[in-house]
Design a protein around this ligand. Structure first.
Ligand code: PAF
Length: 289
């Protein structure tokens, strides 16, 4: 596996591989887990060359403490990437990604930027879009792989790719959420949880499934489902629930007074042991449940 950290090294590596066929790209912030490795495996099945980036992107953190505490373990990441046969890992410094004179872009993302995660993490999605845009410029991948655990991020990046007119040269591939044997969505942040909290955190997927079942069986209205799920999450060890919401196919929030009451996505964010977890479920999409 090639380990690259500068833009020049990357450019010469890309020169050697671009005639071999498709390039698949998996952007990450490191602290890799099976979820990331599954994205690499999927790219390896689809593409001739698989490149993974490891870069903890400061500008997407709204909370300095979260940035500092973000788990970093580059030796272990390299080992795991080698084990799954990743062709190249790009581990740039801040200056390589965003040189001092870099002109950050402001993407016109619309409403999606300010709801759910965007409400709790102002500026987060502009930070994500800037870094992913920068990686697309540097790597010029044919395919970009993202996990739908970060569903809103997937939708936001889809919008950015559309705004930048990157399609069809860059194809976005969304991959199912990887979960542990009990159903907890894999996340680098899980490393900060005790075993007890990891068990308690299962209530998130249980409530998402319960909400989905109640919607499909039309047994309750959305506001009642939401209240039940939030209360149950809180009585099962979570300190707070930022949201438990429903969104339609356009990613607009849906409640009982909305004109369109056809939720397609159910999304939640909640904090346990000071660690903020997110998860979601898609109605009518079995592999994520
Ligand atoms: O999902 C993540 O880990 C990050 O938001 C991403 C896409 C690598 C951009 O920094």
């Amino acid at each position: 596996m090639q380990i690259i950290s500068t833009a020049n090294e990357l450019a010469s590596y890309l020169n050697t591989v671009k005639n071999n066929g498709n390039i698949g790209f998996v952007p990450t912030m490191g602290a890799l887990h099976e979820g990331h490795l599954n994205l690499i495996r999927t790219s390896k099945q689809n593409d001739d060359t698989t490149i993974c980036s490891v870069f903890v992107n400061k500008i997407q953190f709204t909370n300095e403490d979260d940035f500092i505490k973000y788990p970093r373990n580059i030796e272990q990441d390299i080992k795991l990437l080698e084990q799954v046969g990743c062709d190249c890992v790009f581990i740039p410094t801040q200056e390589v990604v965003f040189p001092i004179d870099y002109k950050y872009e402001i993407f016109n993302l619309g409403k999606i930027e300010h709801i759910l995660e965007g409400l709790y993490r102002p500026g987060h999605f502009q930070g994500v879009c800037n870094v992913v845009n920068r990686f697309i410029e540097l790597i010029q991948p044919n395919k970009l792989y993202l996990g739908i655990k970060d569903l809103q991020q997937c939708k936001v990046i889809e919008k950015m790719i559309h705004l930048k007119k990157y399609e069809p040269a860059v194809e976005l591939i969304f991959c199912a959420t990887s979960r542990n044997e009990k159903g907890l969505a894999l996340s680098s942040r899980n490393k900060r949880l005790s075993n007890d909290a990891k068990n308690k955190a299962l209530i998130l997927i249980e409530m998402l499934k319960s909400a989905k079942e109640q919607i499909l069986s039309k047994s309750s209205n959305l506001d009642t489902i939401k209240q039940f799920c939030i209360t149950t999450i809180l009585t099962n060890g979570f300190e707070s629930v930022d949201y438990f919401e429903f969104a339609d196919q356009h990613f607009e929030l849906v409640n009982d007074s909305s004109t369109n009451q056809n939720p397609v996505y159910i999304l939640t964010a909640a904090t346990i042991e000071g660690v903020r977890l997110i998860d979601n479920i898609i109605i009518g999409y079995e592999t994520n449940s």
